[in-house]
Write a protein that binds this ligand. Structure first.
Ligand code: URP
Length: 351
């Protein structure tokens, strides 16, 4: 992996707009029959610019403005596919279990103002935009989902995917708001490569990564919101291991800072009522199928990580290690099918 020589205009814009800018490139071997398949991805991590008790519309507008200025720099850096953090248009308020005003941040994946905003960015910069939002699905009774909208570089909505695994740990009280995703493991064929989105808690589930990979993902984004005391020891390992296990690139993105709520909340774990979920530690990074990875962005600062990758590396590593061939999926499919039955008895041999 090498450091990218990013344009001076991008470096100075990053300084002026007060965010960290880093760039790295992953190499692949030259092949005789395939030309290199080089793509640049951008990962954006950020704090919320306004206090959580500011009017909803103002908070959304401030986040749009912040992201727009970072995407401008991503465009200068030649980024082809950009991904934002989980539920990027709002504070990560699910810890509170309050409905209002937080449910007011939910938007239509197809018609919402954030999707329209991203469509403009995508078209202007010829960039695929992965936009993880709180979705309101009016076709199905106004239900809420934790969704990532994928917008093509043409500006059209390519599709959406939903968070498959909902945390039930600590103050991550998300199950109060939405259910596990019901759209399986879609992979989006973009002009720049096949991408998928494994939203946050799905990071802990190897089968979730596997299914995106089985559907052909070359790059799997993992937009997240997670805090130091809970997961920082796991963070550097999980997405990296997934890249190795699935012969693909993975991109882990986490928000930054502490978000304070006016009303104190508890989560039935004996802790005194408190006003924040904890410290979101940033540290976004990209990992490659050969196990190499970029350094992480800062723990404390907004940032843009640019990673250039030759997607040919996915098949090269696959041909070397053959995990798809040696995976014995038929054996696991059969055993798992039995294990989920109510009359399952674990295969334990006793004296
Ligand atoms: N957003 C989310 O699912 N967070 C849960 C905590 C974690 O996965 O580290």
């Amino acid at each position: 992996m090498r450091e990218l020589n990013l344009p001076a205009a991008a470096v100075s814009a990053g300084r002026e707009k007060d965010f960290e800018l880093q760039g790295y490139g992953f190499e692949a071997a030259a092949e005789q029959l395939r030309t290199p398949h080089v793509v640049r991805v951008g990962l954006i991590q950020n704090k919320i610019p306004l206090p959580t008790d500011s009017p909803v519309a103002e908070q959304v507008a401030a986040l749009h403005k912040r992201i727009e200025e970072i995407v401008e720099v991503a465009a200068i850096c030649g980024v082809n596919v950009v991904c934002f953090q989980e539920a990027w248009t709002m504070p990560f308020a699910f810890c509170t279990r309050e409905k209002l005003p937080w449910t007011e941040f939910a938007e239509s994946a197809e018609e919402g103002q954030t999707t329209k905003f991203c469509q403009k960015l995508a078209k202007k910069h010829n960039m695929v935009v992965v936009s993880p939002i709180l979705e309101r699905d009016d076709v199905h009774g106004g239900t809420l989902w934790n969704t990532a909208v994928v917008i093509s570089n043409s500006g059209s909505v390519l599709g959406k995917t939903r968070k498959n695994h909902i945390p039930r740990v600590g103050d991550f009280n998300e199950s109060t708001y939405y259910m596990e995703g019901n759209r399986g493991h879609p992979v989006f064929q973009t002009q720049f490569g096949r991408i998928a989105v494994n939203i946050c808690f799905g990071r802990h589930h190897p089968l979730n990564w596997l299914m995106y990979s089985i559907n052909g993902a070359e790059i799997i984004f993992n937009p997240s919101a997670t805090i130091g005391e809970l997961s920082e020891s796991m963070w550097p390992i999980e997405a990296r291991n997934a890249a190795i296990a699935n012969h693909c690139f993975t991109c882990a993105i986490n928000r930054v800072g502490t978000e304070h709520y006016m009303n104190a909340f508890t989560s039935g774990d004996g802790r005194k009522a408190h006003h924040d979920l904890g410290y979101f530690y940033g540290s976004s990074y990209v990992a490659a199928p050969d196990g190499s990875r970029t350094p992480g962005l800062s723990r404390t600062q907004d940032g843009l990580l640019v990673a250039e990758m030759d997607l040919n590396l996915c098949r090269q590593v696959s041909d070397k290690w053959n995990f798809k061939m040696t995976g014995r999926y038929e054996m696991y499919a059969e055993e798992l099918a039995k294990a989920v039955q109510p009359d399952f008895t674990p295969n334990i041999i006793r004296e």
